[in-house]
Design a protein around this ligand. Structure first.
Ligand code: GDP
Ligand code: IMO
Ligand code: MG
Length: 470
């Protein structure tokens, strides 16, 4: 794919897109795209929220297909910062529809909080939000179980080794486990339906979870009466938003609407293809889109892979390029690398292109968005991992998607010249300092993919976009 000239652009709150010459007030510069997927290529927090927000201007419906309130997607609009957890990041545009697909696990209380918080800031998303009747409900007892399991794995069992995953404790794993176990699971459609069968279902889930909590040594117990009251409230608040989103999305396509799929979490956290067992419990890669929405795999025309200019990880698990030193600390402070959902400090390291090449392959990425490039300003030199040395001394440029294999590798780096910053927001790729251009060229040639978007700050305007994306 040819890489067109890059221009800076801005999007105002109405979703209008402008060239470097200023806002045009219309969408006319932008050809409407077909269906696009945005997916994180590392261990999360790559800046997906920012890119989804920017691309929303060219789409009609933004769709979440996986994860739950473990995600934290940040969108910065001028002075305002929005942290979205369950609601798709397209919600800030007034005419955009947002869909929570069947692959998502929904904590209804958190969802209502999020809607209320947006409303208090002048954004009424309620009537534009559609929730799959097949999405599973995260109960309070799932969150209790998430915590209890983490405590158990951390050493309550008497084992000397801390085996905890470092989850967000948002109940994600236990809710997906119940989905697969089936009998005690509750779906959003059950919430809407209510009645005696829901009461039975809640009582069964509470009883089962109470046994599980007791066996893990946790003193917490779910209260079925409180849960029933919560459900009555949730059903009032959300009932009419719960629909068959599979038909809804197929109808949208039949009406020529453009869909934008928003991946939560990220490929290296994918339950099948990530650094198992230090992963989340859903298919976060684009492979999760068909199952998590009911759309055929061929629906997506363009896949945009979101990649930080370096690497971060929250929670436990192998991270070959991790920098446990002053450089890592500098990246953390410069990039404000603290979790959007939990506030935990993120582990930081150099860019690992072995990992990113693997996730580009897995997701069928067409174009890369290189985010947080500004965080690398001022380094004398920067390093990029291009292959791994294995314990037997041999080398490989293939990723090892299991935690035991990956924890034994040593990264092999290319060292590239650094560059000074900051740079003027109005500049294009060709105006970047030599070192930054060299860094981006190196990434493109190693991945064999174009960089279609370069981000040099959290705001919408701090973005350069290649012609092939707009
Ligand atoms: P997500 O989970 O992938 O949506 O990413 P998060 O929102 O958790 O974390 C990304 C953080 O980086 C947020 O605080 C963004 O506002 C911020 N951000 C996004 N792009 C840039 C950028 O180019 N430069 C800087 N400095 N910050 C950015
Ligand atoms: P966004 O969408 C970063 C990580 C957790 C933990 C592991 C399992 O903001 O990029 P879970 O609570 O899902 O059972 O935790 O996955 N994790 C994320 N890390 N960003 C995320 O989402 C994450 N979602 C889950 O830190 O290591
Ligand atoms: Mg995040």
């Amino acid at each position: 794919m040819p890489l067109g000239p890059i221009q800076s652009f801005g999007v105002d709150f109405q979703g209008r897109v402008a060239g470097a010459d200023g806002l045009t007030g219309t969408k006319s510069r932008v050809e409407p795209r077909m269906h696009t997927a945005v997916v994180g290529l590392q261990w999360g927090d790559e800046g997906k929220g920012k890119v989804v927000d920017l691309l929303t201007a060219q789409h009609d419906v933004v769709v979440r297909y996986n994860g739950g309130a473990n995600a934290g997607h940040t969108v910065v609009v001028g002075e305002d910062t929005y942290a979205l957890h369950l609601i798709p990041s397209g919600i800030l545009y007034p005419d955009i529809e947002c869909v929570i697909g069947n692959g998502v696990v929904v904590d209804p209380g958190k969802l209502i909080e999020e809607l209320d918080s947006l409303r208090s800031r002048g954004i009424d998303g309620q009537q534009r939000l559609f929730i799959s009747d097949r999405a599973h409900v995260v109960l309070d007892s799932h969150k209790m179980l998430d915590g209890a399991l983490e405590e158990f794995l951390a050493g309550r069992s008497g084992s000397k080794k801390n085996r905890s995953i470092g989850t967000t404790r948002r109940g994600i794993g236990p809710a997906y486990a119940d989905k697969v176990h089936r009998s005690a699971a509750i779906r959003m459609g059950d919430l809407k339906r209510g009645g005696d069968s829901l009461r039975d279902q809640i009582e069964l889930a509470c009883e089962l979870h109470a046994h599980q909590l007791a066996s893990l040594g946790s003193p917490e117990r779910p209260d079925p009466k409180r849960i029933l009251d919560d459900f009555a409230h949730w059903s009032d608040q959300l009932g009419e938003r719960i629909i068959d989103t599979t038909y809804h999305l197929h109808d949208a396509i039949a009406q020529d609407k453009k869909l934008l799929f928003e991946g939560a979490n990220a490929c290296l956290l994918d339950v099948d293809h990530g650094t198992y067992p230090f992963v989340t419990s859903s298919n976060c890669s684009t492979l999760g889109i068909p199952a998590g929405t009911g759309m055929p795999g061929r629906t997506v025309d363009t896949v945009i892979g979101i990649m930080k200019a370096y690497a971060t990880r929250v929670g436990a698990g192998p991270f070959p390029t991790e920098l446990d030193d002053a450089v890592g600390e500098r990246i953390r402070e410069r990039g404000h690398e603290y979790g959007t959902t939990t506030g935990r400090p993120r582990r930081c390291g150099w860019l690992d292109l072995v990992a990113v090449r693997y996730t580009c392959m897995l997701c069928g990425v067409d174009s890369i968005a290189c985010m947080l490039l500004d965080v690398l300003w001022g380094f004398e030199e920067v390093r990029v991992c291009t292959s791994y040395r294995l314990p037997d001394g041999s080398t490989t440029d293939r990723f090892l998607p299991d935690s035991i294999g990956l924890s034994g590798v040593e990264p092999i780096y290319e060292t590239l010249p650094g560059w000074d910053g900051p740079i003027n927001e109005d500049c294009g790729r060709e105006d970047l300092p030599d070192g930054a251009r060299g860094y981006l060229d190196f990434i493109e040639s190693t991945l064999g993919l174009p960089i279609g978007l370069i981000s040099i700050g959290p705001e919408r305007t701090q973005t350069m976009v290649a012609d092939h994306l707009v």
